[in-house]
Design a binder for this molecule. Structure first.
Ligand SMILES: Nc1ncnc2c1ncn2[C@@H]1O[C@H](COP(=O)(O)OP(=O)(O)O)[C@@H](O)[C@H]1O
Ligand SMILES: [Mg+2]
Length: 254
């Protein structure tokens, strides 16, 4: 993506490298917050920085249960997004031993809630216009993100959005019939959830960018409500402790 100067970037031969070697040479950026999230590392080679998401040091159960599905899915989705010409996403370079994903490290700042900015530091209108366009483009091309929130958005060069974390994304080829009704239904729900979250985010900064129609039609999807319910009632009060951070984060090994 030109805005973070990837034009002269060559695919690196990560295939010859084991996940263990790569992780040993990487720096931990953020340990897993639960069994369902990856350890995040930065790897540097030949003056380039890579972002590495890995379940390789998780327990067998979380590797098998969460790692395979989420890391594998993100790898495939990022490759497909690149083929579809979607530019505001990181490029994926390699999937090592099924649990470790190597992608472009995108230089940028995470989008914070509006209260953290002053009138001078607030991201410009252009950022949100591009964000809206980009999400629309993804949906038109058949991709639903499924976890669209501020923590997964970066502001690059002060105005360009980058959408991260495609682990829960879902692809359905547009205008093609498929018998996979459940997948298609989930895809519709995810698209609605993406749209709802995007408009809520924009509303937080520039309410004037939302039309009357946006406000009337924008209702939280069934999936989003169910997700919230699970997060508050199951995950926060019990499941999170049970899945525990300490077992999955290898910060102590560093
Ligand atoms: N390609 C990337 N470039 C730069 N930072 C990234 C990249 N991918 C992820 N990050 C950083 O790592 C954090 C966690 O990554 P994410 O993919 O959202 O994993 P999780 O599933 O644990 O939420 C992000 O909020 C962002 O700060
Ligand atoms: Mg995330």
């Amino acid at each position: 993506m030109s805005c973070w100067s990837m034009e002269n970037f060559k695919e690196q031969p990560f295939q010859d490298q084991s996940a263990d070697e790569l992780l040993a040479a990487s720096q931990l950026l953020r340990g897993a917050t639960s069994a369902g999230t990856a350890n995040i590392y930065v790897f540097e080679k030949d003056g380039h920085r890579y972002l590495v998401k890995s379940f390789a040091r998780h327990s067998l159960l979380s590797r098998w249960f969460f790692g395979r599905a989420t890391i594998g899915n993100e790898w495939h989705i990022l490759r497909m997004l690149e083929s579809a010409g979607i530019r505001n996403v990181p490029r994926a370079f390699a999937l090592l031993e099924r649990y470790t994903l190597v992608m472009e490290f995108v230089e940028g700042n995470q989008l914070l809630s509006a209260k953290h900015y002053t009138a001078d530091t607030k991201p410009p209108v252009e950022f949100f216009e591009q964000l809206r366009q980009c999400l629309h483009q993804c949906h038109q091309a058949g991709f639903a993100h499924g976890d669209f929130r501020r923590a997964n958005l970066l502001i690059c060069n002060g105005k360009t959005p980058c959408i991260l974390d495609w682990a829960t994304a879902n692809y359905c080829q547009p205008n093609v019939f498929s018998w996979r009704f459940l997948k298609r239904w989930l895809h519709r729900q995810q698209r609605k959830a993406d749209r709802y979250s995007m408009l809520k985010i924009i509303d937080d900064y520039y309410p004037q960018l939302l039309t009357e129609d946006d406000r009337i039609r924008n209702q939280p999807s069934w999936l989003l409500r169910f997700g919230r319910y699970l997060r508050y009632h199951l995950y926060r009060h019990g499941l999170k402790e049970w899945l525990g951070r300490a077992h999955h984060c290898d910060c102590h090994k560093k």
